[in-house]
Design a protein around this ligand. Structure first.
Ligand code: ADP
Length: 523
């Protein structure tokens, strides 16, 4: 169907003007009701008809929702799509132009008989498919030229466009509502910063998280001021389109922490234009994590203290030796003092050396039952392993176990919290020894070597290997095959190793089990 150009001389001037006004109103229509009202108020002036109807498709029915006519037509009525002319028009997606209704077989004559209608034009209104129709009716039979149809056709297209725009706006509002719901459900706030203008748009939830009045304006400066001075530079970098995304920030003057996940949007030339992102209050998560950390250290501490109990007699024995030796040297020194002061001095020096040995032992034990503060220093791996073995020998359950230690030469120092890594090693050793209770060969091999820029430490035993029932849950807390076991050792060990940037895993041995972990080399 050709659209006739404006200024066609056969079309009355006031019809064009009415159409232009209608198009303006349609462009601003907020919803379908507004569009229908515009059609009702303008379609007659545009078409010169004696009556107009707006018909909506409702499933397999035509619903005559609105009309404006010299006498009543079908407002409020519904007819099956297949029995009325508006239905024909929507089903075929084309206008119906009927100069004389008595001659057209598509007309349901019973419905038209009581009305003034003698001729009509029905225009489909189509978005993705026909969803409505506008009927224009005349009280006399008449013929319609292309020119006559131009205005109603233009009106039909404008209405289609207006409905599509309303649909789009509604789906936009709907998707914004969904986004808001999703943000709400995830406890998230959202923000967007225009890097050119510095304008910051933030959701009410985001403002509240920054301690700002949700209904007050919120600027980049407000946001930065809310962040702890120590973290402000990093946040400023993010809001300048630089790095610093996906980071936790402390808030100024409060214990609270927010996580900002930002994304810098760049233009075609690669220049940053916008920063968009979400913000989440992670205070509780952070506190829980801290509580967990200290609980973990506490648990390990308890486990170590238990081991210390079993060590008590061996410990007494270990300390007795240097103390008895020191005491002997001192007695000798006392005797020699008058006779041979040089010999006496030498005896005192030897006594001193024994005291130093005692002090060493006590310090090592103190370190071992301590909680480890997460401070990492370069440590000598041989010494770390040696001290653990020394302590292990003090507990009776390590009796009759042969311990082999194989450290590759040339390993530089490792960067670790010694207490924590010794606890891991001790735990693996203890598991190995406990697993070998009934084994005829009872040997534990501790080996260390470089692998992929890390140092790999492995504890291999000659026990029966893993119980298949535990394999899947090995690193999950509270899974144990031991009577009286807590089943937390391995999961804690893995956490400690991971906090060092390493991994801890199980390798089946032949026979037995091997547990290996990696720790970083010292720089
Ligand atoms: P617990 O020692 O309290 O059971 P762990 O987390 O240290 O807790 O160990 C979990 C389980 O893993 C143990 O109960 C045991 O079944 C299995 N396991 C650990 N080390 C070994 C090993 N070297 N050989 C065989 N099984 C092991």
């Amino acid at each position: 169907m050709a659209l006739v150009m404006l200024k066609n001389p056969t079309v009355p001037e006031h019809g064009w003007l009415a159409l232009v006004r209608a198009v303006e109103h349609l462009a601003a229509a907020a919803d379908l009701a507004a569009i229908i009202a515009i059609v009702r108020d303008t379609a007659r002036a545009i078409s010169g008809a004696d009556g107009v109807c707006f018909v909506l498709r409702d499933g397999d029915q035509c619903h005559y929702v609105e009309e404006c006519a010299v006498s009543p037509l079908w407002k409020g009525k519904r007819f099956p799509l297949t029995t009325c002319i508006s239905g024909w028009c929507m089903l075929n997606n084309q206008p119906a132009v009927i100069p004389d209704i008595t001659l057209d077989p598509r007309i349901p004559h019973d419905a038209y008989r009581p009305t003034f209608v003698k001729s009509l034009v029905m225009m489909p209104v189509c978005t993705t498919e026909p969803i409505a129709a506008i009927g224009m009716y005349w009280a006399e039979t008449r013929t319609f030229g292309t020119e006559d149809l131009a205005l109603v056709e233009a009106l039909g297209r404008s209405i289609s466009a207006a409905i599509a725009a309303v649909d789009l706006r509604e789906s936009l509002v709907e998707s914004e509502r969904r986004l808001a719901m999703a943000l709400d459900a995830g406890g998230l706030g959202a923000f967007e910063l225009d890097l050119a203008t510095g304008e910051l748009i933030a959701t009410a939830a985001a403002k509240a998280m920054f301690g700002h009045n949700p209904s007050a304006p919120f600027t980049r400066a407000d946001l930065l001021a809310a962040i702890h001075p120590g973290d402000r530079d990093a946040a400023a970098q993010l809001f300048e389109g630089g790095r610093g995304r996906d980071k936790a920030y402390r808030l100024a003057g409060s214990e609270r922490r927010l996580e900002l996940r930002g994304r810098v949007v760049i233009d075609a030339a690669g220049a940053p234009v916008r920063v968009t992102g979400v913000v989440r209050d992670i205070t509780e998560r952070h506190q829980t994590k801290q509580r967990l950390e200290s609980l973990r250290a506490e648990l390990f501490h308890v486990a170590r203290a238990n081991d210390l109990g079993t060590m008590a007699s061996a410990l007494a024995h270990e300390l007795n030796q240097p103390l008895a030796a020191a005491s002997n040297y001192l007695h000798a020194a006392e005797r020699l003092m008058a006779r041979d002061p040089a010999q006496a001095l030498s005896a005192i020096t030897k006594a001193e050396a024994q005291f130093v040995r005692t002090k060493d032992i006590i310090q090592r034990i103190r370190g071992f039952v301590g909680q480890g503060r997460g401070e990492r220093k370069p440590e000598d791996i041989e010494r770390v392993c040696g001290e653990v073995l020394e302590l292990a020998h003090m507990t009776s359950r390590f009796d009759s176990i042969s311990m082999v230690i194989k450290i590759d030469t040339g390993i530089a120092k490792v960067e670790i919290d010694k207490v924590q890594i010794q606890q891991v090693l001790f735990n693996l050793l203890r598991n190995a020894v406990e697993a070998m209770g009934a084994s005829s060969t009872r040997r534990v091999t501790i080996s260390a070597g470089c692998e992929d820029g890390m140092v790999k430490i492995a504890v291999a035993d000659t026990g029966p290997g893993l119980d298949p029932d535990i394999a899947a849950y090995l690193f999950q807390p509270f899974h144990t095959t031991k009577e009286g076991g807590m089943g937390v050792g391995l999961s804690l060990c893995r956490k400690i190793v991971e906090s060092h940037g390493g991994r801890l895993w199980h390798e089946p041995g032949n026979p037995g089990a091997t547990f290996a972990f990696t720790v970083p080399l010292a720089h």
